[in-house]
Write a protein of this length. Structure first.
Length: 346
């Protein structure tokens, strides 16, 4: 890495140009750096942390990546660096062993861990790098660029500015994060710059098709059982504009579905393909009176789902957002429908 900022192809955000040198200074001062995945990690969370790990190791830093709260998805185990993940969450580590925590793709402290209150030790410098508009900027240094469709795209620009060498390991992790968080390049936020980045990354990846295929063809029978139960539960509200799928814990337990296979985001994305539904949500009771929601929207001007989730303590993007409610299952469903009717005047 070098502190010298050089020009790159495409349009790098001014915010990233401003924060890149500040972040690099802290990295250069640090001896031991901590990275993590957020709860129920997606490929952008995993790819970001693993790509950053390889970039930091290029300059001789000691780096630890912890898995966080959730079991590591088996569909991600072929991502470069996955075999070096430490099986701990943030509340299980000794913060005194680190002097810098780089928190990527996490909009609030609860995305570091939901298993207890998050308090950072005085010795632990914190840097947050994220693309979620609802980010609460809770770190000492915050790089928030909500115009970017993935945290991995932010990292690509940072690495260019820092003169990180693109290796096959870094490229594969950045690619898979951008590919998935853009819905294979179909979501809002994808720009010419995104495609330029992808063009650079694929030059260094031996087999892009294998990277994607191994991830997308790793489903378990239990995952299919969850998706079937979720789709079977769909109800329609708000004059036919809003569809909600919700699976109680009794069904999840009766079908022996592990937590790793309760993927509400995949269900909500599929639900959004129905032409008549303008916004949707998939929910699952992952523990007694703990209900996880995943929202999607076609029309973000009329139905900004980030506003809906944020009003209930969640967060995310205008087109895709998440929420956890701690209350009885039926009450949670009613609250979400009532809030949607109130917020969107339906």
């Amino acid at each position: 890495m070098s502190r010298e900022v050089q020009s790159t192809s495409g349009e790098i955000s001014p915010i990233i140009k401003e924060k890149a040198p500040l972040i690099l200074v802290e990295i250069q001062k640090a001896k031991s750096i901590l990275l993590h995945f957020h709860p129920s990690p997606d490929p952008d969370s995993v790819g970001s942390a693993l790509a950053m790990k390889f970039a930091l190791e290029q300059i001789g830093k000691k780096v630890t990546v912890i898995k966080g709260d959730s079991e590591f998805p088996r569909g991600f185990k072929h991502f470069p660096g996955a075999g070096e993940i430490v099986e701990k969450n943030f509340l299980e580590i000794d913060q005194s062993q680190f002097d810098l925590f780089i928190i990527i793709d996490s909009a609030q402290p609860q995305m570091v861990s939901r298993r207890g209150e998050i308090k950072f030790a005085p010795n632990l410098k914190t840097i947050a790098i994220d693309h979620h508009a609802t980010n609460r900027q809770f770190a000492e240094i915050n790089l928030l660029e909500s115009a970017y469709p993935a945290s991995c795209q932010i990292l690509f620009d940072l690495f260019k500015l820092w003169e990180v060498k693109l290796t096959p390991e870094i490229s594969a992790n950045l690619f898979i994060g951008i590919y998935t968080d853009t819905g294979a390049f179909k979501y809002r936020g994808v720009t010419q710059h995104t495609y330029e980045i992808i063009g650079e990354l694929v030059k260094h990846i031996p087999d892009v098709s294998d990277l994607i295929t191994r991830m997308e063809n790793s489903n378990s029978p239990q995952l299919i059982a969850f998706e079937a139960a979720a789709l079977d539960s769909i109800e329609v509200f708000c004059g036919g504009r809003f569809a909600l799928a919700a699976v109680p814990s009794t069904v999840i337990k009766s079908k022996n579905i592990p937590t790793a296979d309760v993927r509400t985001s995949e269900v909500s994305s599929f639900m959004l393909t129905v032409a008549e539904w303008d916004f949707v949500a998939a929910a699952a009771e992952i523990d007694s009176n703990v209900i996880k929601f995943s929202f999607r929207s076609k029309d973000i001007e009329k139905y900004d789902v980030a506003k809906l989730t944020e009003s209930l303590g969640g967060g995310g993007h205008r087109a895709a957002a998440g929420l956890i409610l701690r209350m009885p299952f039926d009450e949670a469903k009613k609250l979400v429908v009532q809030k949607a009717e109130e917020l969107y005047k339906l």
